[in-house]
Write a protein that binds this ligand. Sequence first.
Ligand SMILES: NC(=O)c1ccc[n+]([C@@H]2O[C@H](COP(=O)([O-])OP(=O)(O)OC[C@H]3O[C@@H](n4cnc5c(N)ncnc54)[C@H](OP(=O)(O)O)[C@@H]3O)[C@@H](O)[C@H]2O)c1
Length: 263
Amino acid sequence: MIRVGITGVNGRMGKALVQACQSRDDLRLISATVRPGSDLTGADAGQLAGIPSLGVPVRESLEDDLDVVIDFTLPDATVANVQWCRRHGKPIVIGTTGFEPRQREEIEEAAADIPIVLAPNMSVGVNLCFNLVEIAARAVGASSDIEILEAHHRHKADAPSGTALKLGEKVAGALDRRLEEVAVYERHGHTGPRPRDAIGFATVRGGDIVGEHTVLFASEGERIEITHKATSRLNFAHGALRAAGWLVGQAAGLYDMQDVLGL
Ligand SMILES: NC(=O)c1ccc[n+]([C@@H]2O[C@H](COP(=O)([O-])OP(=O)(O)OC[C@H]3O[C@@H](n4cnc5c(N)ncnc54)[C@H](OP(=O)(O)O)[C@@H]3O)[C@@H](O)[C@H]2O)c1
């Protein structure tokens, strides 16, 4: 039995992770945290997630006797949890997005000592799309205008999504372009014609959209669109639990969902 700690269990993903844990016989939630100072400290993690009591009271910090941590919170909180895992020699699955370059470096440094899965999207379907867009980019990318469109719920704090950026990196890498040199994140007013090498991003925020991504390859006379639509957060939660089960026993290092899924 793998003993799991989940951080930020009052969040949208935190609740989905607690729910998803119940469908796994090989994983057991033993530690759950909320933001330090939260009124919810001491509440039952199951009841917070809208399921029957699990007998796991939420705390302000993780318990020492867990086997793996799953973290979908905020960049600052995630970095603090990575430091906790490094001190305690525990693996961590990170779903949080929106890291600053310095925070990302800190995670990479910690991966010298502990195994870490860092993936902006834990969905199996999205990870398959990462491979599909590379194939499409190699086949038609040089003769196409490439645009990446994403849509999420109104609460999402970062833009474009971590998944959209990763799709951009995959496409740019397949075409020997550097995303930081060719990415266009905003267009307004007299923009002039579109540079051929540009990779454009468009962001929609609204309502309860769970997460939608399209990579568009537009050329003369035809258009290819590779689209993924998530309809429930449980999709990401099940992927994160799969990553957690895979990560226990791995050597220290930085992994992604492609490693977890063997894609
Ligand atoms: N990789 C993927 O597949 C995937 C999928 C979906 C979302 N995400 C990412 O996951 C992250 C969370 O998304 P979400 O929609 O669940 O956001 P959310 O609903 O805002 O949840 C974040 C939770 O983290 C809690 N938190 C903040 N600081 C904390 C700390 N120091 N200790 C413990 N808990 C803390 C917050 O507490 P309060 O309630 O007190 O504010 C909140 O409940 C985002 O970065 C999002 O982009 C990734």
